[in-house]
Ligand binder design. Sequence first.
Ligand code: RIB
Ligand code: CA
Length: 314
Amino acid sequence: MPAPRRIILDTDPGQDDAVAILLALASPEEIEVLGIVAVAGNVPLALTARNARIVCELAGRRDIPVFAGCDRPLVRPLVTAEHVHGKTGLDGPVLPEPTMPLAPGHGVDFIVETLRREPPGTVTLVPIGPLTNIAAAFRKAPDIVPRVQEIVLMGGAYFEVGNITPAAEFNIFVDPEAADIVFRSGVPLTVMPLDVTHKALTTPARIAAFRDLGSEVGRAVAAWTDFFERFDKAKYGGAGAPLHDPCTIAWLIRPGLFSGRHVNVVIETKGEFTAGMTVADWWRVSGRPANALFMGGIDAEGFYALLTERLARL
Ligand code: RIB
Ligand code: CA
């Protein structure tokens, strides 16, 4: 059994972020969570920093350091998504306010210091919200860029088109300038776009399997997905909700569940109607070098079986 992948989760919980955090914490053989950094995204930073701690306490992991990162994108005003995630960002179940404190210091400094301290190539960054913290860390400390083992991110879309505008997926749309820094960084990138997450849809049976775990975690995940899916079912017509963010963690645990293609991906930062678009050169016509493993396929049954099996451990 190889050593666990050591990760920093950068997140804007968000019900699907919460499930990703739980999946990571439930998989110590494959994943060691060095820390969690909250970013403004689905809801403002004060709430994402609160929500990340709620999830850690739900998993019984008050030992995980949770930092507050950036409270707004690099240059643009913050766009949030309460219409999807509810006012708190974790609407669905009623859970107690967190009692664990935030870790001291800024989340960007935690990313910089961890990458400087740990041996090169031993820390993976897993951003599942806007890429503001990652880009800010790279700008503040360019020396850390070659030390990153891999970035496994949820964001972008190509064949699936956008979910917040006709052209852009939310995480990239909120901070296109940050995404541009990350996609130009040269760090090995694995991208989980809507092209794959929209194939990982909840169903009544899959949600019932969460609830049937009979645990507080199972009940919370069922209530989150119940709440989370109402928006997507109304928008896309009733097939269920895509569990976006856990796809990154499932990749780290069982990469065989996914399929994709190494292609060039650039970020549109200027377009009046296309800002935040991930321009994926799927058919390799641009001549630009491949910089990302851009996912397109998933074994959805296998994904939900893994997720349910691991959540049962908490
Ligand atoms: O577009 C989906 C992404 O935006 C997910 O990460 C979800 O949590 C929101 O942040
Ligand atoms: Ca997210």
